[in-house]
Design a protein around this ligand. Structure first.
Ligand SMILES: Cc1cc2nc3c(=O)[nH]c(=O)nc-3n(C[C@H](O)[C@H](O)[C@H](O)COP(=O)(O)OP(=O)(O)OC[C@H]3O[C@@H](n4cnc5c(N)ncnc54)[C@H](O)[C@@H]3O)c2cc1C
Length: 412
């Protein structure tokens, strides 16, 4: 069996490393060498939850097992009148490591284990078909690039036509870790969110400040400005935004030290949440399968995309191993529908969080602010999307979840 994989993000690399481990021949196509990944700007600020860390252990990746990269606590704040705060502890810590460091190291590890990546940018559908002809199956894990147009948008699963948030963020010195140390998310109703997790990057332990702006709201003053040549202005504007809109974050900022770690450590953009059809028939009649962001893009609000990409990679590796027939359209359709069962709760939960909050969200956050048992159970579900979605999908489900957490019953 020969599998072609396009893309060396977490989805492509976890799949490649898993197949390598299972003794299945795979060729990894990538447009970026490890040094190019390391020297570029950040494309995200990823926190990996315990399930992903367990898959890393299964792959024998020990570099990030150290507790030095752990984030055990999640603090949430709703700013403004009637606001609240809560914090919950993850049963097993998450890890927040700069993906430029992480992915470059994974690609090098793949090579160290005997993999030979092909350095080539696959330009279009025609070139995909050419590659597909060389393999039993081609898996597209190329993220949000041009190749995702190969997989048409699925309107029934994609309620958004435009990005519900505009993003800008960077890595900063001069922000103290929250107490207890971990991740923080500050919600400013109607305006957006500011995330400020502690993060391990090239300069050691720093803080991400990621602004998610509701379009046309006041945060777009920073998301809409091009700061590429103005790192100092960027820090100044972020500090103003925090001072004006995010009082719960302001005490962590040391004004004299607050600065972008390096001019390159900044990102700007927007994500249109979208589910695409998970497979495509190529011009030569073969079928390609999409995983990760090439298939499903989620807003980063719930910190799920990379964790989902890793889960799908493992699920697909299992499906490839178990299958005995050809990797044809039937295989692609079936595998994709099975993976949808894993992805769907992530999509539903994230789309609900990014929209107008339903009443049960207020009930849940209020209950979590008042009772540590509810807060801990709610935060634990960040690593269990199906359980999270079940607990928030209706007011009745939320009531059952809260009652269960208060009584110490297991599950939701
Ligand atoms: C600001 C921000 C914060 C986030 N925070 C979190 C978080 O905390 N937790 C979480 O789980 N997720 C988070 N996400 C989402 C997460 O970053 C993505 O879901 C995840 O990284 C997608 O991984 P992937 O491997 O599918 O795609 P990508 O990471 O996009 O990788 C695609 C790869 O394909 C290569 N490629 C692209 N086109 C071609 C081509 N034509 N030919 C050859 N190679 C190609 C690219 O170079 C790249 O290596 C965040 C996203 C953003 C924007």
């Amino acid at each position: 069996m020969s599998i072609g994989i396009v893309g060396t993000g977490i989805s492509g690399l976890h799949l490649a490393l898993r197949l390598q481990q299972l003794g299945i021949h795979a060729t990894l196509y990538t447009d970026r060498r490890p040094d190019e990944i390391r020297s570029g700007p950040p494309l995200n600020f990823v926190t990996r939850f315990d399930s992903t860390r367990e898959r890393e252990k299964a792959l024998g990746l020990t570099t990030w097992a150290s507790s030095a990269y752990d984030n055990s606590w999640m603090h949430m704040y709703i700013e403004g009148p009637g606001g609240l705060s809560l914090r919950g502890r993850l049963p097993k810590p998450a890890s927040s490591v700069d993906f430029r460091i992480y992915l470059a190291a994974l690609l090098e590890e793949y090579q160290r284990r005997g993999g030979i990546p092909v350095h080539r940018k696959i330009a279009d559908r025609e070139q995909l078909a050419e590659l597909a002809g060389q393999h039993d199956l081609l898996v597209v894990a190329a993220g949000r690039g041009a190749l995702m147009d190969t997989f048409p948008r699925d309107p029934a699963r994609s309620p958004y036509l435009q990005a519900p948030r505009h993003l800008v963020g960077g890595l900063f010195h001069g922000v103290r870790a929250p107490e207890p140390s971990g991740m923080t998310m500050h919600m400013v109703p109607g305006i957006g969110e500011v995330h400020a997790p502690t993060y391990h990057s090239f300069e050691g332990r720093v803080t991400v400040v990621l602004v998610e702006a509701v379009p046309d709201g006041p945060f777009t003053a920073v998301t809409g400005r091009d700061y590429r040549d103005e790192p100092d202005q960027f820090a100044e504007d972020i500090l103003d935004l925090i001072t004006t809109h995010v009082p719960s974050l302001r005490p962590r900022v040391e004004v004299g030290e607050f600065a972008l770690t390096r001019p390159v450590d900044m990102l700007q953009g927007a994500v249109v949440p979208m589910v695409r059809r998970g497979w495509a028939r190529l011009d030569d009649g073969t079928c390609a399968l999409a995983i990760g962001d090439a298939w499903i893009t989620n807003d980063p609000l719930t910190a799920q995309g990379a964790n989902l990409g890793s889960a799908l990679a493992f699920q697909l590796a299992d499906a490839l191993t178990a299958h005995t027939g050809p990797y044809d359209e039937w295989f692609c359709r079936t595998a994709s529908e099975r993976m949808w069962a894993t992805a769907r709760p992530v999509v539903d939960w994230t789309n609900m969080f990014i929209g107008a909050p339903p009443p049960q969200m207020g009930t849940l956050l209020g209950a979590a602010a008042a009772d540590q048992r509810v807060a801990d159970r709610f935060i634990a579900n960040l690593d269990h999307p199906a359980v999270m979605w079940d607990s928030i999908s209706s007011p009745e489900h939320t009531d059952v979840f809260i009652a269960g957490a208060r009584s110490g019953r297991s599950g939701t």
